[in-house]
Design a protein around this ligand. Structure first.
Ligand SMILES: [Fe+2]
Length: 436
């Protein structure tokens, strides 16, 4: 692909338009009798045709060969990628935490490196999400992946990603996220791992439900949190190298593979509002209290996937980025709580203020519906006696996949040596200190 591939179009859900060759994009009609340069028009609809206009997502691609041209599909084994809740797991109502997921056995690519930590819902019912980690050190060379079961939100933790998609190329580094629509083919190269920097690791939210979108802002007004213009979609780019590809498709909870004689990344021009995007969390305008107390953590929502119940998300993607803490006479870390919503958390870098020692980058925690949790003993002690000067919480990025559905950990996650079997001990020392 040309170096021009690394330019971007800004906005979220815009009517993007891009051509890698001047004149390749038809004007005035979507499927002319013969498209420019005899390219094939192909439509991808990410929503039902009749979805409301503000939710409707579709794009037209003009390509050298339509994606229907492929060999037959065969089953493809990837035993660690699980879809939906595993109802056979008896799950105790306890908090769970994992140390950094070990990087051994990472001599694989992104697809083979997926490990499902927990999942909920049902891809067939278009509800729920899976929380995965990926551990990989090999680029996908002539291998492409298509997920028919859900969109994929990637949160790299270690190592950059070069994501080649049908619509163009995204370069994504830790601190940034990528949102890859359901059904759009992509492959992932790992420039840092290939340069000898060791395995790459990150988190993935596979969303079977309604597409992630920007949350409503209510009284915040028209600016704030993640601003639409900071999302970046790629510009059209296509591969010209001859040679075949292996297409791996996730379909109905299973992986399938088929040979393809040409690169699936053969789109010369495209337009529409269904596109992969990336976003740098450094551009998140964080809002918090400037008097006392905390707003609810929903104030940190970057993207939300709504469910059928207003205000009760299929999944919210929430970040805890660097920010100032200035609240007076306030216990500044998160308070003790239990919620209807279930919380899967990860840490990209730095320290999380409620668990300064125990929660490490590359690890994870899970607090399901009505499972109590909160600051550990050390954090409670420190915050209860801290001198409340304005304080910058810096060099940290934690995040949460928050869902109305309980996350069921996989057998792999429960048997992993990374499972912190002593997690609950971090609260054991909290004494009754009632002094009437
Ligand atoms: Fe929580």
């Amino acid at each position: 692909m040309s170096t021009d591939a690394l330019r971007y179009q800004s906005g979220f859900g815009n009517e993007y338009a891009s051509e890698a060759v001047a004149g390749a994009l038809p004007q005035g009609r979507n499927s002319p009798q013969r498209a420019p340069f005899d390219l094939y028009p192909e439509l991808i609809s990410g929503t039902a045709f009749t979805a409301p206009r503000h939710e409707n997502r579709r794009s037209w691609m003009y390509r050298r060969q339509p994606s229907v041209v492929s060999g037959r599909y065969q089953a493809c084994a990837q035993p660690h990628w699980q879809t939906g809740a595993d109802r056979d797991i008896a799950l105790a109502p306890e908090p769970l935490r994992w140390h950094p997921i070990p990087l051994e056995n990472a001599e694989v690519d992104f697809v083979d490196g997926i490990r499902t930590l927990a999942a909920n819902g049902d891809a067939e019912a278009h509800s729920g999400v899976a929380a995965h980690v990926y551990l990989a050190s090999r680029s996908m060379e002539r291998r492409a992946f298509v997920n028919a079961d859900g969109e994929m939100l990637l949160v790299p933790q270690q190592g950059r990603l070069t994501i080649t998609t049908e619509m163009g190329v995204l370069d994504v580094k830790p601190g940034e996220i990528a949102l890859l629509p359901r059904g759009v083919a992509f492959k992932i190269a790992l420039p840092d791992s290939e340069a000898g920097a060791g395995p790459s690791r990150g988190y993935v939210c596979e969303n079977y439900g309604a597409q992630f979108r920007l949350p409503e802002l209510g009284p915040i007004g028209s600016n704030g949190l993640a601003n639409a213009r900071d999302f970046q979609a790629p510009v059209a780019a296509f591969e010209s190298e001859a040679g075949g590809y292996e297409i791996v498709k996730k379909f109905a909870g299973r992986l399938w593979r088929a040979p393809m004689k040409q690169s699936p990344f053969n789109v010369v021009a495209w337009h529409g509002n269904l596109a992969p995007v990336k976003y740098d969390t450094a551009n998140f305008m964080t809002i918090g209290s400037i008097s006392f107390d905390h707003p609810d953590p929903s104030i940190f929502t970057v993207l939300t996937s709504p469910s059928d119940t207003p205000g009760t998300a299929n999944c919210d993607f929430v970040i805890f980025p660097p920010r100032w803490l200035v609240m007076e006479n306030t216990f500044r870390p998160p308070w003790y709580h239990r919620n209807l919503m279930s919380e899967f958390m990860g840490l990209v870098y730095g320290e999380y203020d409620a668990k300064p020692g125990g929660f490490k980058p590359g690890g994870a925690s899970l607090h399901n519906a009505m499972v109590p949790h909160g600051p550990d003993e050390e954090a409670f002690e420190k915050a209860s006696h801290a001198d409340l000067k304005p304080q910058k919480l810096d060099n940290t990025l934690a995040f949460m996949f928050e869902s109305r559905f309980r996350f069921i950990p996989t057998a792999w996650a429960l048997q992993s040596p990374a499972l912190d079997t002593d997690y609950a001990d971090c609260w054991a020392g909290l004494k009754d200190q009632f002094k009437p």
